[in-house]
Structures are given as structure tokens and as C-alpha cells.
Design a protein around this ligand. Structure first.
Ligand code: ADP
Ligand code: MG
Length: 246
């Protein structure tokens, strides 16, 4: 069963077509990678799926629900969470506070002057920090963390919304080889533990072929092919594009 269905989606920026008649189904429980050269349209596709921008044509359905008239936070409420290509944490707040804010936003709990805000969801936040191996950093400012750890924190923030599906845009971009390895291991574990559907973009082919169950190749805004890793690896057009003869 497809948890996400994109049908004939097109997105133009002025006269430039960034996403061109894309149709794509993401199966529930799959780990689905979107690959493609820089500028292929991967981030734009993620922005369409997460409701940051609307398609000029076509539709996106998540769990059968059309996203056309939904706001970003409503899409999060029905079970989709995402990370961004650039780090997106509150740098001056502690790690625990970053996750607590996400938990509070998710439960739409209003601040009460009769409760100590610093204790709200503290134990839940600690549990999520534990899950992303940041238990020891709960009280450190997010901005003081190494880049790889900030990405782990983002993951905890995304998980605070109790998503069914996680969208990760270039989760290992800017990471060292060691950070990439441990980050992928962590993502894999969390996806399994929580039974999540994962849609991600990634430039590192080793990472892609290490974890994806399905791969789609995007090029000039069009889906070239979707299939099992071995089929995509052996696809002539994919090889041609990655050899740079496009
Ligand atoms: P990728 O993530 O695959 O590198 P993007 O989705 O970021 O690709 O970009 C696809 C193309 O769309 C690029 O040529 C980019 O310059 C263009 N683009 C993306 N966002 C905008 C925008 N807001 N306005 C104009 N052009 C954009
Ligand atoms: Mg991108």
C-alpha cells in the first residue's frame, strides 16, 4: 500500500520547470531514496510533499488525504515529519529545550503560568534524546554541538511529532565519513524501531545502496526510473547520468 502518492506534479519557478510531471508512489514501510545530480529537483520535490510549496499541476496524497489545502503543521499532525538540507535547530536553546518545544507544539499545549515551563515534557524529551544518542547533551546549547550531533538533534525534533513517515533531505551532507556511518546506522535503527516509512535524498551512493529498499532517480525534474537498488544500479540511463554524459 502506498502511504504517499504523487500524481503528475509540476512546479515552475518563473519560466523554469523544476518538477516536471512527476508521479511517484512510496510504499508504507519502505526506505525510499530519491537520487539525482545537484539541481535535479530533489529538495523542490520534498517541499511539495511536505506542503512548503504547492504544485502548479498535479496532486500529492498522504495516507489517501489530498494535501492541496493543508498547511504545513496540519501535514505534520497527520504523520509526516521532515528535516532540512541546512541545519534547523534553535542554537541558543539546550538540546532538551529544542525537543521540548517540538513536543509542546505537537500536543498544542498552551503555556501555563502555574507550571514550570522548563519541566514540561522534560522526561519525554530525554527519552527522544536517548533514542538519538544525545542523552549526555540534554543541557548543552544546540549551537555548541558538532554538526553531526545537530543533525541527530533534528531527528529527535522530527520524532517529537510521532510521524509515520520521515523525510530527510541529504541527512549526511557536510558530515565526515565517521559521522556519516554512525548517522546512517542511527537512522536505520530508528526507522526499524518505530516502523517508519523513510523518504530521503542523498548524494552519497554508498549510503543510498546501503539502506534504500527502493530508489527513484530524478533528472531535470523528471523521474527517470524507480525500482529496487540492483535494477537502478544497472539502469543504462542512470549510469549515463552519473558518468556525467548528460
Ligand atoms: P536538488 O535538491 O536536486 O539539488 P533543487 O530542488 O534544490 O535541486 O533545485 C532544482 C532546480 O530548481 C534548481 O535549478 C534550482 O535553482 C531551482 N529552484 C529551486 N528553488 C527555486 C526557487 N525558489 N526559485 C527559483 N528557482 C528555484
Ligand atoms: Mg537539495
Amino acid at each position: 500500500m502506498a502511504i504517499l502518492e504523487i500524481q503528475h506534479a509540476t512546479k515552475r519557478f518563473g519560466g523554469f520547470t523544476a518538477i516536471d510531471q512527476v508521479s511517484l508512489a512510496v510504499e508504507a514501510g519502505s526506505t525510499h531514496a530519491i537520487i539525482g545530480p545537484n539541481g535535479a529537483g530533489k529538495t523542490t520535490l520534498f517541499n511539495l510533499v511536505s506542503g512548503l510549496i504547492s504544485p502548479d499541476e498535479g496532486s500529492v496524497r498522504f495516507q489517501g488525504i489530498p494535501l492541496a489545502k493543508m498547511k504545513e503543521h496540519e501535514i505534520v499532525q497527520i504523520g509526516m515529519a521532515r528535516s532540512f538540507q541546512k541545519v534547523n535547530v534553535f542554537p541558543r536553546s539546550s538540546c532538551a529545550e529544542n525537543v521540548q518545544v517540538a513536543l509542546i507544539a505537537h500536543t498544542a499545549l498552551k503555556y501555563s503560568p502555574f507550571r514550570d515551563a522548563s519541566k514540561l515534557f522534560r522526561s519525554e524529551a530525554e527519552a527522544l534524546l536517548d533514542l538519538v544518542n544525545l542523552q549526555a547533551d540534554a543541557d548543552r546549547r544546540a549551537g555548541e554541538l558538532a554538526y553531526g550531533k545537530q543533525k541527530q538533534l533534528e531527528l529527535a525534533v522530527a520524532l517529537a511529532a510521532e510521524p509515520k513517515m520521515l523525510l530527510l533531505d541529504e541527512p549526511t551532507a557536510g558530515m565526515s565519513i565517521a559521522e556519516t556511518k554512525s548517522s546512517i546506522k542511527l537512522i536505520k535503527e530508528i526507522v526499524q524501531k518505530k516502523g517508519l516509512t523513510l523518504l530521503f535524498t542523498e548524494h552519497d551512493m554508498e549510503v543510498v545502496f546501503g539502506i534504500a529498499t527502493t530508489i527513484s532517480m530524478l533528472h531535470h525534474g523528471k523521474i527517470i526510473t524507480t525500482g529496487a537498488p540492483d535494477d537502478v544500479r544497472n539502469n543504462e540511463e542512470v549510469k549515463r547520468i552519473y558518468l556525467g554524459k548528460n
